[in-house]
Design a protein around this ligand. Structure first.
Ligand code: ZN
Length: 259
């Protein structure tokens, strides 16, 4: 917009110079050349500016965190207003639907050119940029909510789109999309009791590398078709599974004592 205005201004100036009969031809040509040079330099500078504004998604860390490449630097960006289930938190285990959310973000964002919109705070305490991620006309933060890959997470003062986000979450929840479908299943499982769970002593999922006690809250969210049962922690670990930190930190020790 600014550039157009600038170009029009220059054109008017040039026309003015051309139609000034009182200047000597040499002076006139000199002035015209000067104006042309100024126009060219400013166009070049604005082109450089635009190149710097191009942001490419370099890596998707998890559902709501990405790494972007801007000019020379790489920056971590946290998508705001939402929260996807954890997949890479150092102290927490993978949460149900975390992998699905992370895969969705990878599929949609990796290598894409995006635009970042900031709210009141530019960065969080980890130094990550806090932003709304735009893919053309689509705001990806909202897409994650709409498709049931994320929950609303409002952190004032960054609440520019809170109403829009609340509506998106309501829609996903009512249509039982993504994690909302899972939540429903979880309720059904706990109301049915645990008879079906007693197929072995330790439970893993085909979608994760953790094994659990059947009583673990995460174990209860593993769909029947994804369940893998083990008789012992050793058997689970031989199959490449690791103990869930929530329920199975001491599984191995306990099973050794039992023997
Ligand atoms: Zn567990």
């Amino acid at each position: 917009m600014e550039q157009t205005l600038y170009a029009v201004l220059c054109a008017v100036l040039l026309l003015g110079l051309f139609s000034m009969p009182f200047l000597k031809p040499r002076k006139r040509i000199g002035l015209i050349t000067l104006v042309l040079i100024i126009v060219l330099i400013s166009l070049f500078l604005s082109a450089c500016q635009e190149e710097q504004d191009v942001i490419i998604v370099n890596r998707v860390v998890d559902g709501d965190t990405i790494e972007v490449k801007m000019a020379e630097t790489k920056e971590k960006v946290r998508l705001i207003g939402i929260d996807t289930p954890e997949t890479v938190h150092p102290e927490k285990d993978e949460e149900p639907y975390g992998k699905e959310a992370s895969d969705f973000s990878k599929e949609r964002l990796k290598g894409q050119e995006i635009r970042l919109e900031l709210d009141v705070e530019e960065r969080d305490r980890y130094g990550r940029i806090l932003a709304y991620v735009w893919l053309g006309d689509e705001m990806f933060n909202e897409t994650l909510l709409l498709e049931g890959y994320a929950r609303l997470a409002t952190f004032p003062p960054n609440v520019k789109y809170v109403e829009r986000f609340t509506a998106a979450q309501k829609e996903a929840r009512e249509s039982k999309r993504g994690l909302w479908a899972l939540e429903l299943e979880e309720d059904e499982i706990s109301s049915e009791g645990n008879q079906e769970m007693e197929q072995g002593k330790y439970l893993g999922s085909r979608n994760s590398d953790k094994y659990h006690l059947p009583t673990c809250k995460w174990a209860k969210t593993i769909k029947e078709k994804n369940q893998v049962w083990f008789e012992s922690p050793e058997e689970a670990e031989a199959a490449g599974y690791k103990p869930c930190k929530n329920c199975c930190g001491l599984c191995k020790e306990v099973s050794r004592v039992e023997k």
